[in-house]
Design a protein around this ligand. Sequence first.
Ligand code: ADP
Length: 407
Amino acid sequence: MSTCEQDDQRNPLLEKVAMIETLKQIDNILIVVSGKGGVGKSTVAVNLALSLSLKGFRTGILDVDIHGPSVPKLLNLNGKIPEVKNEEIIPLVYPPDLRVMSMGFLLQGTDQAVIWRGPLKYNMIKDFIANVKWGKLDYLVVDCPPGTGDEPLSVSQFLKEKAHAVIVTTPQHVATIDVAKCITFCRHLDLPMAGIIENMSGFVCPHCGKTVDIFSKGGGELLATEYNVPFLGSIPLDPDIAKSGDEEQPYVHYYPQTATAKVFEEIVAKIAKIRTEDRKDPEKTELTPPVSKNDRGKIAVPTADRKLCAHFGHCEAFAIFETGDNGTILNETYVNPPPHEPGLLPEWLSGQGVTCVLAGGMGSRAKELFAAKGVHVVTGAQGENPRSIVEDYLKGALETGANTCDH
Ligand code: ADP
């Protein structure tokens, strides 16, 4: 086991310049996320990156899964160590031209556990982006650890101006509930979503080659429709994918003629159409659609005198509405928050089962804390009556303006 101590004579200005210079060279970033581990996120990230590279796009893959980096093994690069020249790390290359960087390269052995505190993770991820000599890239694919913790948060904050999230799920219901949290996370951070991929969707029989649906299928597509996110495709549970992972022979390179490889190709074709410059300006949004029409959960509105209070952190009470199917309100209660303490409200509201907050204004720290808890936040809500605000939100008719706080 190794622990990593802070060095550290960091110069924030130089770091910022290095980050800006690096980002200038990268056209599109795909941040691959999943709500759960074991859904095939790394497998998908590696095969997407390799497909893009084999199509001739200049592509890099960055593995920021500090606790379980699997990209080196999937690309048969275990045990290799990247060179450092002029204080820049030179990424390894999977032939012919996929540039690869992973925490795994910096660990002595694959069985070492690493203990990192939040700020160290943050700095390490920054270094991996800014101080790696990626060169000019059409695509940088980033493989994040599962969930909505420190790593996806840091990566999204640094890279969102050029990034789209690719969300990987499996068909089973539990996994799709977790992925809903990923969608909420992306929306919070204004990270646009390229779409959802359903992995392990149906089983490719090794005898007859036909696909059999052994788990309930279609959860990913259903989720995509419900949340108004593009659906990118379904990759079957294919024994050759598992074998290719075990044998360190990336699937799309070693099995290019199969039906499953064609699915990867179709997904890559859809992704290749998404361009950073096509992105909509989130400031121009006037109506805020609900995160899901069938959002069964609790929506909280900060209030004073039973009216919307723009002052989220110091409101008198939260109106909490329990919602049912099709945008119905099942009940309404008013709850007094605990005495003010920075960062406490996201923890407290999420402990009350709140899944969404409609606020006039909110600071960025509180938004991040809510995002990490999977709680959706809408700021700039207009109106006075909390119930009407929630009803409008559930109808997709809530008007929002600037994120203002009167504190
Ligand atoms: P994650 O990154 O989500 O933890 P991995 O990519 O490491 O998941 O995949 C977990 C396991 O599932 C690996 O053994 C991998 O080979 C296997 N796997 C992933 N996708 C498929 C698939 N479509 N068919 C068969 N096995 C798969």
